[in-house]
Ligand binder design. Structure first.
Ligand SMILES: Nc1ncnc2c1ncn2[C@@H]1O[C@H](COP(=O)(O)OP(=O)(O)OP(=O)(O)O)[C@@H](O)[C@H]1O
Ligand SMILES: [Mg+2]
Length: 250
């Protein structure tokens, strides 16, 4: 008899309506464990709605959203969310912010201290542990949010246009940092962006959604080695392919 096949990390086969507005129509895809998937699609097509379903905050009108073969449920799975705007707790220091998910899980204090120190080092905030969010820049706050998301043993890290408010050099720096953390910490990441260059730079696979009612119109695997060079011929070719698919959705 064949050994049982492990379910994919994420399996979506869902339709969703807000009242009479159909946002997703048989939206279907899978994500493997440790995969980095970028999702692109026209504004208002339902990307944030999809992340809400993956976080278990929203139940689809029909179909299912499964994580490790079980319905997405924030009480059962550990799912981290990084929002477009940096979201830090203003009354906690940098280190306390990063530690929140671990504290909720009841991780012993000594383990929390060493994990927090490690990840603060990875995101380049060593020396700022005792600062409060109002004492650091927007880019640094976003690094705190990313550190918090990866510090917890999250099953899934969901990121909703996390770098949209950053200037280009900071954005590029953060992209390299996220890739570095992802490679070291082995997490499954679903990352929404409007920026196709960002998607091709980061992802193992890019999913392009159509306008509402959204479905997947293209799935583009990206096998270029990291670090990727956005000026290389291969990169430009894949990016152009994504652009053509995205334009076709309008
Ligand atoms: N709670 C809600 N109640 C009713 N309609 C909603 C709700 N949330 C979102 N919508 C509608 O669902 C559609 C998809 O919204 P969503 O925020 O998921 O889009 P998006 O792809 O994330 O857009 P953007 O790229 O602009 O962030 C929009 O038409 C929006 O108005
Ligand atoms: Mg959105």
């Amino acid at each position: 008899m064949d050994a049982p096949v492990a379910p994919p990390k994420v399996e979506v086969d869902a339709s969703h309506r807000y009242g009479s507005l159909t946002v997703h129509e048989e939206l279907k895809f899978r994500v493997n464990a440790n995969e980095f998937v970028c999702i692109c699609g026209p504004s208002g097509c339902g990307k944030t709605t999809l992340l809400d379903m993956l976080a278990g905050i929203l139940v689809p009108s029909s179909g299912h959203v499964l994580i490790d073969g079980m319905s997405a449920n924030p009480k059962k799975q550990s799912i981290s969310f990084v929002f477009q705007e940096p979201s830090t707790f203003p009354w906690l220091t940098v280190a306390e912010n990063v530690a929140t998910g671990l504290k909720i899980k009841g991780v012993p204090a000594a383990t929390i201290r060493s994990k927090v120190a490690d990840i603060i080092g990875i995101v380049g905030l060593t020396g700022f542990e005792d600062y409060y969010p109002h004492q650091i820049s927007g880019g640094m706050k976003q690094r705190v949010a990313i550190a918090r998301a990866f510090a917890t043993e999250a099953d899934l890290v969901l990121m909703d246009e996390p770098f949209v408010s950053l200037d280009q050099p900071t954005r590029e720096h953060m992209q390299r940092e996220v890739l570095d953390i992802w490679r070291r910490m082995k997490r499954t990441v679903i990352f929404v962006t409007h920026n196709l260059e960002e998607a091709v730079y980061l992802a193992d696979r890019v999913l392009i959604l159509s306008a509402k009612p959204a479905r997947i119109v293209a799935e583009l695997p990206i096998t270029l080695q990291h670090p990727r060079d956005p000026l290389s011929a291969e990169f430009t070719e894949i990016r152009s392919k994504c652009v053509r698919w995205l334009h076709a959705t309008h």
